[in-house]
Write a protein that binds this ligand. Sequence first.
Ligand SMILES: [Fe+2]
Length: 179
Amino acid sequence: MGTERKTDPMHAGRTTSYLFGAILVSFLLLIPVLPPEEEGVLAAPPCRPTRSDMEGPFYVPEVPLRTSTGSGLVIRGRLLGAPDCRPLPGGWIEWWQTDRRGHYDDAHRGRQNVATDGAYRFVTDFPGVYPGRPPHIHFKAKAPGYRSLTTQLYMRGGEKEVEFDIVLVPERQGPQEKR
Ligand SMILES: [Fe+2]
């Protein structure tokens, strides 16, 4: 008796549901296309953290603040934070290296607080070579909210100026890292 009444409303209900579903799916498919600035953010290259490297046996803490540990070689760069390459004011860098003859000494150790845009710069001697290693300068870096990093800058030989950006990893991953 009520068969027809039951069938029609159900059929009509399904049709409405299908239509609504199709519209909803179309709308959802369009969403990623609409805001071009979001595509730009997604397409931006990631800010790769600087690879850590051996500390070695010659690190000494509490070295003086300096802009020079020699002459002839300029090292400059910025201290940045992954994943968005933001400058890290409040951070610092330390470096230590050999003299031109390949011997570590206190004259070739320094520390700098980076500028508000994360920049640092110092002048130094070209590091001497010792057996089995390419010319290199050791670095440590740290900034509030970011993990400390120990790494090395390698050179081919003969450079007069080298740009070396240092990218740190946040101490906390996820939304809490945002400031
Ligand atoms: Fe070394």
